[in-house]
Write a protein that binds this ligand. Structure first.
Ligand code: NAD
Length: 280
């Protein structure tokens, strides 16, 4: 298929565009993920917290695609009040694998840093083991702030392969992208379409879309791709699922990129999801 890859810091290749499944009920996940795999997606982003690893796994199995052509990501849930000792982390990892019906993951992430609990360093120690035994080809983090990444860097020889963060034209995350570049961490954008609300109707976005004869979602995804970011848009609508993958046959010029970049410092710029400093 035509989706380019980014090379992670451990040498593995990750498709630059994947399918996100947050908020898709387990009973619908098999159909939605199946539609995405048929459309040509090979990367799927789920999480223990999404409650749809089983449905996702059904679609992976039913696709008949060779395991090595798939790139599957899931995440260790925060588990409010949960004590994440080594045994609990290993058990959560095994349970995710079992629900997905896989014997290894391509990427396993710590879902949130939860700085108030001060346990991500201890969790990362167990992630080092999971990476060393090959049951996750790569391990990484999500929603980590610059200070969290510096702390991991100071305390562990293992640099996260990926930091999956909220990122879209209204929240461009320039500081984190610079920190990632310095540390060798790939940037993965969650809510790459700004959850579809507002962003896709902004005149700055629709003007670029009209100029290229593309949709607003396509030009926003193209903006991510041209910045070297991995994006994981979500949809349950077959036509949109296909449309969101079809972003490799056109290019934004400097003027288009400047117009989309300008949204990041506009009055509309904002975070949509929770603040990692507070989310538990
Ligand atoms: P998104 O930016 O992908 O937006 C999805 C929504 O946009 C859809 O529900 C739909 O309403 C709309 N949409 C999708 N395609 C469209 C199209 N072509 N045209 C018009 N509207 C369209 O938002 P998201 O689901 O929040 O994020 C994507 C994925 O990122 C999630 O599914 C999940 O896998 C991941 N994620 C991770 C975290 C985290 O904490 N790590 C948090 C949120 C999301």
């Amino acid at each position: 298929n035509q989706v380019p890859t980014v090379r992670l810091n451990n040498g593995t290749l990750m498709p630059q565009l994947g399918f996100g499944v947050w908020q898709i009920p387990d009973a619908e996940a098999a159909r939605a993920v199946g539609t995405a795999l048929e459309a040509g997606y090979r990367s799927v982003d789920t999480a223990a917290a999404y409650g749809n690893e089983a449905g996702t796994g059904k679609a992976l199995a039913a696709s008949g695609l060779p395991r090595e052509e798939l790139f599957v990501t899931t995440k260790l849930w925060n588990g409010r009040g949960q004590r994440w000792g080594r045994d609990e982390v290993l058990r959560a990892f095994d349970e995710s694998l079992a629900r997905l019906g896989l014997d290894y993951l391509d990427l396993y992430l710590i879902h949130w840093p939860r700085p108030m609990r001060d346990d991500y360093l201890a969790i990362w120690r167990t992630f080092e083991e999971i990476a060393a035994d090959g049951r996750a080809k790569a391990v990484g983090v999500s929603n980590f702030r610059p200070a969290d990444l510096q702390r991991l860097r100071a305390e562990s020889p293992l640099v996260p392969a990926v930091n999956q963060i909220e990122l879209h034209p209204l929240f461009p995350q320039d500081e984190l992208r610079q920190v990632h570049a310095r540390l060798g961490i790939a940037t993965e954008a969650w809510s790459p379409l700004g959850q579809g609300k507002g962003l896709l109707e902004l005149p700055a976005v629709t003007a670029v879309a009209d100029k290229h004869g593309r949709t607003a979602a396509q030009v926003v995804l193209r903006w991510h791709v041209q910045r070297g970011v991995v994006a994981i848009p979500k949809s349950v609508t077959p036509s949109r699922i296909a449309e969101n993958l079809d972003v490799f046959g056109f290019e934004l010029d400097a003027e288009d990129v400047a117009a989309l970049d300008a949204l990041g410092t506009s009055a509309a710029a904002r975070r949509i999801g929770p603040d990692p400093a507070e989310f538990d």
